[in-house]
Design a protein around this ligand. Structure first.
Ligand code: ADP
Length: 495
């Protein structure tokens, strides 16, 4: 029984074990399958993960690149803005010193750098100066100047130049970085239309900062602006210098002219005094000559034979014209020196004109001249010296008669013009040549023409007219053409 039970147990156990084994075999098969599936999924996942990783890397790389570009763009915008500010400042000044004072530490740092230098060479001596030296103490500046002169850098560097420690550099660039104490720099020559003026350099010695091609572009623009500014300042300086020179010359000439004028005034005064004295001295003997001639002609000293009388009449006539000349000269010099004051009074112009016309009537009649006087009854009275106004009209009308041929025409017209009385004496005579017009009011001026050769005169009449009219604060002028008559006009104040 016990054996049977054991057998049953054994059989059952074996069956269970077999069953379990079978089960295990079946299970392992399933697991294997599942694991295969799992592995495949894992592989797929890994692949997807790798792809994602790859893409993430690309995105990060792109992002970095974008950031860098953005940074560069920001820097460029900043630099351009800074340049714009500077160009505004440059265009508003002609002062080179003021221009360079704008390129200071702030300006250089706004461009993104900590050191900057502008080197200029003087036009004549070629001596170097550093109008801008940001980040360099004076003793270093001297060293830099010495180096640049010795190496003749201004003439050697003809193109924009970039040097950075991280790049493969030639010895010259390395030397530049060294002398300027920089790890990265760019340098651009400053060239105007005419010449090379100098150079501009910016750079940094900070380990993380670098100068880029973009900076070189900005510096090239800046260099152009500085060249323009320096050139403008130079032109302005030259203009200012020549202006100063001209002003000095004008002041000097004015002084010379003033002193010459003073001398002339003195000479003129002496001349007037001389003429006045001589005329005075001449008048007395002339009066005697005329007086004695008159006595002789009147036969008070005995009968005068006809030929003698004829000569005496000539003496009388010539004495008259000499007296007129002397009187005119005396009057001109007196009016000039202000010794003769005008006795101004309210005058009816028509009356004065008529008196003069009456005196000249015989000559007018003799030459059969047609005279027209046009002075409206309503014409305002004038304020003038009656005697002097009479002399003005006598001279003008006398000349008109003298230079107008027989049967010619003369007119005297008066009217109000711009608050003054204007009197025109017009004739249809021989007229005056264009070149003579400017001279005929000068003392002793007479045109060389047939009438003047025939009828003697001193050439003082018109000068006297001018002096008298101007003493009345009026003006006198003439318009004429050779062969077309002449019109003499003068103005007088209204009463
Ligand atoms: P004069 O009559 O003694 O020569 P004036 O001073 O009166 O001196 O005139 C100067 C000159 O101006 C005259 O000699 C003449 O050549 C010119 N002149 C003056 N009036 C006239 C005129 N109405 N027509 C042409 N020429 C004139």
């Amino acid at each position: 029984m016990f054996k049977l039970n054991i057998g049953i147990v054994f059989a059952a156990t074996s069956a269970i074990i077999v069953g379990a084994f079978v089960y295990l075999v079946i299970l392992t098969e399933k697991q294997k399958k599942a694991r295969g599936n799992l592995q495949r999924s894992l592989d797929k996942l890994k692949k997807a993960y790798d792809e994602l990783d790859e893409q993430a890397k690309i995105i990060v790389k792109k992002d970095l690149e974008l950031n860098k570009t953005q940074e560069e763009l920001d820097k460029k915008i900043n630099s351009l803005y800074t340049l714009h500010k500077l160009s505004k400042a440059i265009s508003s000044t002609f002062d080179a010193e003021k221009l360079f004072s704008q390129i200071d530490k702030t300006f250089i740092s706004e461009l993104g750098f900590d050191k900057g230098l502008i080197v200029l060479a003087s036009k004549d001596t070629k001596e170097l100066s550093l109008p801008v030296a940001v980040g360099y103490p004076p003793e270093k500046q001297e060293k830099i100047k010495k180096f640049l002169s010795e190496k003749n850098i201004l003439n050697t560097i003809r193109q924009p130049l970039l040097a950075d420690k991280s790049l493969l550099l030639d010895a010259a660039k390395k030397e530049l970085l060294q002398i300027f104490d920089l790890s990265s720099l760019c340098l651009v020559p400053i060239i105007s239309q005419e010449a090379r003026l100098g150079l501009i350099m910016i750079g940094t010695d900070l380990p993380y900062a670098r100068v880029t091609e973009g900076d070189l572009e900005i510096l090239s623009i800046l260099s152009g602006q500085i060249a323009g500014g320096v050139e403008n300042a130079k032109l302005y300086e030259e203009l200012w210098q020549s202006h100063q020179y001209l002003e000095q010359r004008v002041a000097q000439r004015t002084k010379e002219l003033a002193s010459a004028n003073e001398k002339l005034k003195k000479i003129d005064k002496l001349k007037s005094e001389f003429v006045s004295a001589v005329s005075h001295e001449l008048r007395t003997p002339l009066t005697s000559i005329k007086g004695y001639a008159a006595i002789l002609m009147a036969g008070k000293l005995g009968v005068v034979p006809a030929p003698v009388k004829e000569r005496l009449e000539k003496i009388n006539k010539h004495s008259d014209s000499l007296t007129k000349l002397v009187n005119d000269l005396l009057d001109i010099s007196r009016i000039e020196s202000g010794k003769v004051g005008m006795k101004l009074e309210k005058l009816n112009l028509k009356d004065v004109v008529n008196e003069v016309v009456d005196i000249t009537a015989p000559q007018i009649k003799e030459k059969k001249i047609q005279l027209a006087v046009d002075i409206p009854g309503k014409a305002p009275a004038c304020l003038a010296d009656k005697v002097q106004l009479g002399r003005v009209l006598t001279n003008l009308l006398g000349n008109a008669i003298k230079f107008t041929p027989e049967k010619g025409k003369i007119s005297i017209k008066a009217r109000e013009v711009e608050g003054l009385l204007q009197i025109d004496v017009r004739d249809s005579g021989i007229g005056i040549g264009e070149e003579e017009l400017a001279k005929i009011f000068d003392e002793f001026y007479r045109e060389d023409n047939a009438i003047n050769q025939k009828i003697k005169g001193a050439g003082l009449g018109l000068s006297l007219v001018k002096h008298i009219v101007e003493a009345h604060k009026g003006k006198v002028w003439v318009s004429s053409k050779l062969g077309c008559g002449a019109t003499f006009c003068f103005t007088l104040p209204k009463a």
